[in-house]
Design a protein around this ligand. Structure first.
Ligand SMILES: Cc1cc2nc3c(=O)[nH]c(=O)nc-3n(C[C@H](O)[C@H](O)[C@H](O)COP(=O)(O)OP(=O)(O)OC[C@H]3O[C@@H](n4cnc5c(N)ncnc54)[C@H](O)[C@@H]3O)c2cc1C
Length: 81
């Protein structure tokens, strides 16, 4: 099969880019050398607990458009730094 785009890396950029081009009607293949998606942001659900496999990641932005965008994809835990 031929794809419009080949994305090397399923990190935040690759995943977001792939999502957007797919939404725009293009075909895209995402490959990654790691066995997990999301690179270092990858989390596992272990008995209801989000385990950050490669180190803690905290989402922070003061940009409403960015905040609204990412909230389409996940339910975020509340965190006070
Ligand atoms: C321990 C830790 C904690 C962090 N905490 C925070 C935080 O709290 N808040 C925050 O905003 N940011 C944090 N960051 C930074 C954040 O993780 C990165 O900025 C973000 O993940 C970068 O995304 P990216 O898509 O640009 O790159 P990456 O996530 O690095 O994605 C690149 C992908 O490409 C793949 N790849 C590379 N080369 C190849 C190849 N040759 N073939 C196939 N696949 C390949 C990699 O496996 C990877 O999946 C943290 C980083 C670390 C390491």
């Amino acid at each position: 099969m031929k794809y419009d785009y080949l994305v090397v890396g399923s990190g935040l950029f690759g995943a977001s880019f792939a999502h957007e081009v797919k939404a725009a009607g293009k075909s895209v293949l995402v490959i990654d050398k790691r066995p997990n998606i999301a690179d270092n942001v990858y989390t596992q659900d272990v008995e209801g607990i989000h385990v950050h496999r490669f180190g803690t990641h905290i989402f922070h932005t003061n940009d409403k458009e960015v905040r609204d965008y990412v909230n389409r994809f996940a339910v975020f835990n509340h965190f006070t730094n």
